[in-house]
Design a protein around this ligand. Sequence first.
Ligand SMILES: NC(=O)c1ccc[n+]([C@@H]2O[C@H](COP(=O)([O-])OP(=O)(O)OC[C@H]3O[C@@H](n4cnc5c(N)ncnc54)[C@H](O)[C@@H]3O)[C@@H](O)[C@H]2O)c1
Length: 318
Amino acid sequence: MSKAVVTGAAGFIGGRLSHRLLDDGWEVVGIDAFLDTYDPAEKLARAAGLVRRSGFTLATGHLTELNLEECLGGSEVVFHLAGRAGVRASFELESRYRRDNVDSTARLVSAAKRTASVRRLVYASSSSVYGDAPLPFSEDTATRPVSPYGASKLEAERICVEESDERLETIALRYFTVYGPGQRPDMGLRKFAEAAWTGQPITIFGDGSQSRDFTYVDDIVEATCRAARAPVAGVAVNVGGGSRVSLLAVIDLLAQITGRRLDVRHTDFARGDVRHTGADLTRAKRLLGFKATTPFREGYASEVQWVRSTLQEARRSA
Ligand SMILES: NC(=O)c1ccc[n+]([C@@H]2O[C@H](COP(=O)([O-])OP(=O)(O)OC[C@H]3O[C@@H](n4cnc5c(N)ncnc54)[C@H](O)[C@@H]3O)[C@@H](O)[C@H]2O)c1
């Protein structure tokens, strides 16, 4: 049986990836510090769902503090998804973003190099490394992050990519806005759906013409699994959903899915938010054989239904 480490296993994407690896027959060691970036109850519930499964063990702690050689021993692949996510909060909490994203990655990569069994490290980087670059963002586009979050992801990505050698192969995946059931509560698509079901106003930063290359979480997980096997290393690869959707189009779709009239309000553009994101997926196709398969309409409908049942459950247990 193959063994892997998933850092950030109690998080939105790390949790989904851990389940997929267990389904595929991997033994998984999940690492998470249960940071209070959002309600830790969500992370605890996700971790509980994983701990119940055979083949999964949890190491609770921060990557700057844990005995990493002990956690990594016997694993062939490290999927490094732990990180402090979110653009807006990063302006106020720069030093925490540095500790959680950059210092943690440096310590993990050096522990992976010292652990004989580990052959490969897959890093969850971000489209935020590009800033407001011209579309589409190709991996050769100059990286100009416009937030401390984007800068920290870029620095951590460089640590991973530059350390790649014959001992430890590394690959960085630049995820484009990930959505789907379980999405983080600070992210727009989930907030919009919560507001729609509870009859609250929906706040949009700016006029709503900004657009994102939204990527369904199972497509992200598929690309991440492929990166563990791909015969390439020392590179960054975009992982996007394949089409751009404006926020106004998201709101139209949400009204259709919920059958509700939505109270949409506009406020100023938020600091650190870029106008558009769009991935050039040539490299993902060539190196990983990857192409996203979930249309936005379908993926968002499953997230909106998940939000509804989560709200209903919370009401029942209140
Ligand atoms: N969600 C997206 O749209 C998106 C887009 C691009 C990149 N990413 C990256 O993907 C990764 C996962 O994102 P997510 O949306 O699942 O976020 P998440 O916050 O749900 O998950 C991250 C998990 O990592 C843990 N963690 C963070 N720093 C840690 C550390 N230093 N040591 C131990 N545990 C730590 C947190 O407690 C959390 O459970 C992050 O690295 C993020 O930067 C996410």
